[in-house]
Design a protein around this ligand. Sequence first.
Ligand code: MG
Length: 427
Amino acid sequence: MRDTSAQCEQKSTEQTKEIEYSLPSTHKNIALIVAAGRGMRAVQSGHDLPKQYRMIGGKTVLAWTLSAFLDHDRIDGVCVVIHPDDRDLYHQCTEAFTAKLLDPALGGTSRQISVYNGLKALESYQPQNVLIHDAARPFITPNLISDLIETLESEVAVLPGRPVTDTLKRVGDHDRKVSETLPRDGLWQAQTPQCFHYNKILQAHGSAQDKALDHFTDDASIAEWHGLEVYLINGWENNRKLTTADDFTWAEQHLEQNKSMANFSGSFRTGSGFDVHAFTQGDHVILCGVNIPHTQTLKGHSDADVGMHALTDALLGSIGDGDIGTHFPPSDPQWKGAASDVFLKDAIDRINRLGGRIQNIDVTLICEQPKIGPHRAAMRKCLSEIMDLDVSRISIKATTTEQLGFTGRGEGIAAMATASVILPETF
Ligand code: MG
């Protein structure tokens, strides 16, 4: 009779909901959370609590981790391996959690022994699978848990990992001299939860214990040593282990970002635009603000920047405010030969006046000639300056129509554009 959603604050005053949980008769999938470490690096950096009991985003690290497993519908039970000195901390932290939470196991003098103690403590539940997870990886996702459990249907052992992207150096302990650069091909960083058929990993750990081998740094390596085939699936970047002070700063920022997304109450809008201009005699075209020498020019009332016109219409479309012709009638002589950034800036002003923010824009230019590729960077830069939008949010693409139709015959250029905008809810 505990509250599933209650936060693990040290002094939770939230009223518990009257919900009866019926324990499944067999615990098919049990998560074993390893929280017995002392986290000395965090202690040394001025925090006197082991890192799994430190607060991030209003909850302890362990509470975030536990919630991820307890809330998952394919997890039947969760057991935490704790340090014998942390009993009070653990109980304060978990008093609001669900009946899925099993009695804690007590850790030993190393991570390996702690996990073995935890595995032995699960024997009476006869689990089919066990997911062994570091308490200090609080951002494990439900999808990754599901993928791992599914993989255990065909594999005995599976872990998540990320490919190594940095170059690896072997460095002398004392002189810090690089002695070797290691090839990183095929190298992955192991994450948790590392998941196993329960009986197999229990045997592997037992066997390591019998032979007094205690050098293993994770459970997959014990499985490998024991001769089990271990499979690896793609992990998740944010499923990282919180170890250093920088990790905790990152974790706070990550949660803050998630909170602002969750509290976001505006609306997402998209708009699309399309435009065509025909070629006529001339020696250049202007596309997305860039002057490109060419054997012809584009015919139009303004500077005939077909890309910028499509983009302007996309922006106006996102706020349901007509199109370029509504605000700048071609019949009005004052727009003759006008630079098209006037139209684009007007559309941006309209969005700004509504309190909106442009998220990204995507323009496709359709023509056989001129070639767009060499000018793409200049176009993105130009639009970035006019729109005051980071260049990473601006996409310019180009295609031909395989010599079909009016663009294929070189009679003109077409352009299409999409824009996405966030508007406040009051709009
Ligand atoms: Mg036009």
